[in-house]
Design a protein around this ligand. Structure first.
Ligand code: NAI
Length: 391
């Protein structure tokens, strides 16, 4: 059960770039950071519109002089204060992540960055090197990775409960962009623009999530992939709103990933099915408290979060917050991750290497992998759906 007594003597002073009023994901960052009292939200460059940032930030409780018109002004000004921010989250459109993250690390800040972390692999590798050089924390916000049942699944695979993994089926296929909503939605507009979104729309926007979860659960590495992608809403071309990907993994396993924004009628349909020699596991983000465990020749079981039959020795940081039966959800998953971020940042500040190593979180390597997925898929699809090395 979640340990509510974990506290830092002084919560980490935290700022946010992006995530302004009306943004899709800003509130999730603020809510997750605030949840366990391990971060204090004190500064923001929240919006492209400086007045809207000032108004929104102030109404959320920020001091007026800590609502900044630009992230550079925030990093400079905060670095000159005794009580300046120590960590920053970046929740802006994709093309801006690299410059903001680089400036943040160089300003001595720990970084939590949205995915896809950069538009190309080299930039992501550069951020990794920079974070290592400056000894700064760098997490990538694969927010579904905080669900306890994902970690139960990982432990089951590790213990051999399903046997050797043979097939990994992934999908994140919603229907929210079945029509050309970018005509009136700013959030959809930048997602369809290659200069802001990057070389892919839906693979990067949604496909990266189940891909990360599945590789986290199985610990398998992709060796090669084949991708076909389409723009069913033609104006989106060259960016795809639908993609099908085949994978080969390093242990001989194979896999599929369906990423779609035009799966009409679907809310999310983010599902992962891991098929082993003797059993399969299946998890669906719309029912995150349950994990299906299907042993060949036996009735299927639905494992429920918060129950005594789950493995109790899985990493217990930020696990179940309430007993089984009460549904936990997206905000708990994000809070579990922010909880870990705080503990690792604190360990870095205290130079406690043992504590740093003992805590898992989606790090820059996870971010690099997501960018590799996007780039390899685009390379494969644009060459006519051919097998390419994963790189
Ligand atoms: P959005 O378009 O809804 O909001 C972006 C916000 O950033 C706006 O408030 C905008 O004014 C602000 N902004 C843009 N450029 C800025 C800059 N240079 N400086 C300061 N503020 C700036 O976008 P959304 O959907 O919130 O996505 C943001 C990022 O989060 C994207 O990289 C996206 O891929 C990622 N995302 C991740 C999710 C997850 O589950 N981890 C879910 C949704 C989005």
């Amino acid at each position: 059960m979640f340990n509510e007594e974990t506290r830092l003597s002084v919560p980490i002073r935290w700022g946010l770039v992006g995530g302004g009023r009306g943004s899709e994901i800003g509130h999730s960052h603020r809510a997750a950071a605030a949840r366990d009292h391990l971060f204090t939200f004190v500064a923001g460059a929240l919006d492209l519109d400086a007045d809207r940032c000032a108004d929104f930030g102030h109404k959320m409780g920020l001091d007026q002089d800590r609502c900044y018109p630009h992230y550079k002004a925030m990093f400079l000004s905060e670095s000159q204060r005794d009580d300046g921010i120590q960590a920053v989250s970046i929740a802006t459109p994709n093309s801006t992540h690299f410059d903001i993250a680089k400036a943040a690390i160089e300003a001595g800040l720990h970084v939590i960055c949205e995915k896809p972390v950069t538009l190309n692999v080299q930039d992501a590798i550069t951020l990794k090197a920079l974070a290592e050089k400056h000894n700064r924390f760098f997490a990538v916000m694969y927010g579904y990775a905080g669900y306890p049942m994902i970690h139960q699944a990982k432990e089951m695979v590790k213990r051999g409960d399903i046997g050797k993994v043979r097939i990994v089926n992934m999908q994140f296929a919603h229907g929210f962009h079945s029509e050309e909503i970018e005509k009136f939605s700013e959030g959809a507009q930048w997602r369809m623009s290659p200069t802001v979104s990057g070389p892919s729309f839906i693979i990067g926007d949604c496909g990266t999530h189940p891909f990360y979860l599945a590789t986290l659960i199985t610990d398998l590495k992709v060796t090669s992939l084949l991708c076909a992608r389409q723009s069913f809403v033609e104006s989106r071309s060259p960016l795809e709103d639908n993609a099908n990907i085949l994978f080969k993994f390093d242990n001989g396993a194979v896999g599929t990933l369906w990423a779609s924004a035009i799966n009409a009628g679907s809310m999310h349909q983010q599902k992962i099915r891991i098929i082993g020699e003797k059993a399969s596991l299946e998890w669906w983000d719309e029912y995150p408290n349950q994990l299906r465990y299907e042993v060949q020749g036996e009735p299927a079981q639905v494992l429920e979060r918060g129950m005594g039959y789950l493995y109790s020795d899985i990493d217990a940081v930020g696990c179940s917050r309430v007993g089984g039966g009460h549904p936990e959800g997206f905000f708990e998953s994000w809070s579990n991750l922010y909880h870990r971020y705080a503990l690792v940042i604190d360990a870095i500040e205290r130079q406690d290497e043992e504590a740093q190593k003992s805590l898992w979180y989606p790090d820059i390597d996870a971010g690099i992998d997501g960018v590799k997925l996007i780039n390899s898929c685009v390379k494969s699809a644009d060459a006519g759906a051919v097998w390419v090395d994963y790189e």
